[in-house]
Design a protein around this ligand. Structure first.
Ligand code: AFP
Ligand code: FBP
Length: 338
């Protein structure tokens, strides 16, 4: 085979397993199963109205958010695909209150899978990119029926994380702890092909992503930081910043992975009981792992996201991630204010 032959996800995973002894075959198969499920979700998303999958499901999730039909379908696709593989001890979904047990009919493995089946789903009906986010942890030794507490491990314990973007093309972005890599779905072959190895996020940026409509609810250091960005060339930062906000975290993070930037979903006082909108276990931790492996940084505005000790499966955290010098700047800005 030529050195320039396209590298499929399967070949990539086998080569990673050979290069890094701690990656075992179960983890490789688990990633393949998740990728296969994501292909099914990609097909469903791509059908849009023709598949009758747009619109509300008429149900709510544990967060009290209205579910889209595609939220429910994507969740079912991921659960079904992972039930029988034999590599999981359990899984947890942003769309379900409690962890989902592996049916007794199937063998169990040593990994825990957490996922947000369809992130950015409020964008589906307007034909804007959405995605799936996932995180893989090891099940604690001796535990065969994991409950919520067994999932409550800090992000530093993740053995793999990834997201897909269902956009103009379908992409899978993956880290196994040795760099962050991008695969593009070859729709004719039906397989993910490695298209960017070891992506590096530029350390500096002139682009930020924030939902500015929440500005009046932010705490003082966020107000001060964004004021500096908006002041442009003549302000303290000495440069003009541009703003982009897709309202689909996978799309916003993918832009940052590609050309740099900072993504922020800060604490706000809209709902003081909830520290930020994004979920630690399903969104913040996997994205932090992917971004750090690409040379970026991810904090809560004060602390490294991956070192936060989780206290609940659906816990929320403020998220500041992307170009490492910008994340360091805003984190220092918050700490100096405390
Ligand atoms: P949905 O999956 O409910 O659309 O939420 C998407 C999301 O969690 C994340 O992907 C976005 O970055 C963020 O919400 C957008 O939030 P705003 O509604 O405040 O723009
Ligand atoms: P281009 O076709 O040159 O990209 O410009 C058009 C456009 O991208 C519009 O699609 C969009 O609404 C607008 O520019 C965005 O402008 P800004 O960069 O000021 O956000």
């Amino acid at each position: 085979m030529s050195e320039t032959s396209p590298i499929s996800l399967t070949r990539f995973l086998i080569e990673e397993q050979r290069a890094h002894q701690h990656l075992n075959a179960d983890l490789r198969l688990l990633i393949e199963v998740v990728a296969r499920a994501c292909k099914s979700i990609s097909i469903a998303v791509g059908k849009g109205d023709l598949g009758g999958v747009l619109g509300d499901a008429g149900t709510g999730n544990v967060q009290g958010e209205a579910q889209k039909k595609l939220d429910v379908l994507s969740n079912e696709i991921l659960l079904e695909a992972n039930a029988w593989g034999g590599h999981l001890a359990g899984c947890a979904s942003e769309e379900m209150d409690d962890p989902h047990p592996i049916p007794d009919a199937y063998p169990k493995g040593n990994f825990l899978l957490l996922f947000d089946p369809l992130d950015g789903s409020s964008n589906i009906d307007v034909n804007i990119s959405v995605g799936t986010i996932f995180s893989v942890l090891k099940c604690p030794d001796g535990v065969t029926n994991p409950s919520a507490e067994h999932f409550l491990q800090p992000g530093t314990m993740q053995v793999a994380a990834g997201y897909t973007v269902y956009g103009p093309s379908t992409l899978l972005v993956l880290t196994l702890g040795h760099g962050t890599h991008v695969f593009t779905l070859d729709r004719e072959l039906g397989s993910f092909t490695l298209t960017r190895r070891n992506v590096q996020i530029p350390p500096d940026t002139r682009e930020f992503a924030i939902n500015m409509s929440n500005q009046r609810h932010w705490e003082a250091p966020m107000q001060g930081y964004v004021e500096e960005l908006l002041a442009g060339k003549t302000g303290p930062r000495g440069k003009d910043f541009n703003m982009r906000w897709v309202a689909s975290m996978v799309a916003d993070v993918h832009r940052i992975l590609t050309r740099g930037g900072i993504f922020i979903y800060p604490w706000d006082k809209k709902d003081a009981g909830k520290p930020g909108k994004l979920r630690l276990m399903y969104e913040a931790n996997p994205m932090a792992f992917i971004v750090e492996q690409a040379g970026g940084a991810a904090t809560t505005g004060r602390d490294r996201i991956m070192e936060v000790g989780p206290t609940a499966l659906h816990q929320r955290v403020p998220v500041f991630l992307g170009s490492r010098n910008e994340v360091a700047y805003v984190t220092e800005f918050h700490r100096n204010h405390d």
